[in-house]
Write a protein that binds this ligand. Sequence first.
Ligand SMILES: Cc1cc2nc3c(=O)[nH]c(=O)nc-3n(C[C@H](O)[C@H](O)[C@H](O)COP(=O)(O)OP(=O)(O)OC[C@H]3O[C@@H](n4cnc5c(N)ncnc54)[C@H](O)[C@@H]3O)c2cc1C
Length: 374
Amino acid sequence: MTKVLVVGGGIAGYCAALAARRERADVTVIARAPGATALYAGGMEIVDDLEAILSSQHHPLARLGMDTVGLATELDAAISTLQLALGKEGLTFEGGWRTRGLYADIHGLARPANVVPQTVARGELGALTGKRVAVIGIPQVGDYDAASTAQALKELHSIEAFAEEISIPDLPQAAALTDLYGRRAPAPRARGAAIAYPPGFTNLPADGFELLAAAPSPHGWRLQQAIGLGSVNGEITSFETGPGRVVAARTANRAFRADAFVIATGRHIGGGLHGGRTTTEPLLGLGVFHDGAPAATAGARLHHLKYLDPAIEMRLGVMTDKRLHPLNEDGSAPYDNLYAAGAVLGGYDYSGACGFGVPILTGWLAGRFAARQS
Ligand SMILES: Cc1cc2nc3c(=O)[nH]c(=O)nc-3n(C[C@H](O)[C@H](O)[C@H](O)COP(=O)(O)OP(=O)(O)OC[C@H]3O[C@@H](n4cnc5c(N)ncnc54)[C@H](O)[C@@H]3O)c2cc1C
């Protein structure tokens, strides 16, 4: 049985483990801490325009060398397997990569998403048109104002929204939204309206839905808890390598030997990239690229971009070949049994339309390639 070690406990590492287990590999996932996955707002953006992605030279999905049919087939398999697995952990998600809806966050601003928790799905803005919406406010909570959310829903999305304040007297003084996490949703007085709740409550009524979150995110925390159940807590500090192969990954007191390794270590929040004057990949010294060129050759330009246009600077990351083997700065793939997936990859807008799409699909493929060692 092939032994696969996945480094990273975010959505990319989870999808890599799902795919490798499907290939009957013996999989260990090791994770240091929650990363960006635990902060997502509550709507998974998978892809918007596959044709446009394929026409971009450095996008990680374009680098796979697949056509739109191949990508679509893999996305179908990855998303449905992920939804099934999360369902088994008690988290039901709706939607698919071909569908796209708009969902309001706690400030009433709309965000697009393809796959959302069932508790968010009922709040799709198009489906709320023509309905009355009661936005639940909790007077003890200081970092959220239902009245201004209701006003934004009215002004920005023409939804007939109004605020309804419900007191929860046993909340701590100067309570925050996070203090609502895991509490039973209070029942509103309003009748015949859809009910928008700030995120975190449980046992929503049939006509209730959750708004998207700002970080720290109850949606992210639920997802992180569900996907982290089977992982080993630890920090990989180095890899043991032989000619053309990785042999083991090491924590401070243990070596994890495996036949194949997936690094799904995330970007700056996860710890897969180290910022500074030049961004580096800390575990194996892999190449970090921007627009296809090694970051080290860009001088101070990228460092300045971090302040002038962070979205462009954030396209920095590791580059891979068609089988998701990460590359050195010179463009060669140093290890046959090493694969990279998720937000550690550069070449795309990480807070944009593929925020979850790249981690899910590259995780899914890297897990399979690792299990087959192809
Ligand atoms: C604030 C915020 C909000 C976002 N909201 C959305 C959204 O609403 N929709 C959307 O589609 N996208 C969103 N994104 C983007 C999306 O969350 C990320 O692209 C995605 O979660 C990245 O997943 P990942 O598994 O690649 O990385 P991460 O989730 O960051 O996971 C990396 C993992 O690697 C582990 N790790 C790193 N180094 C080591 C090591 N040496 N040893 C052991 N473990 C290690 C970390 O501990 C962590 O577990 C958001 C991002 C942020 C930052």
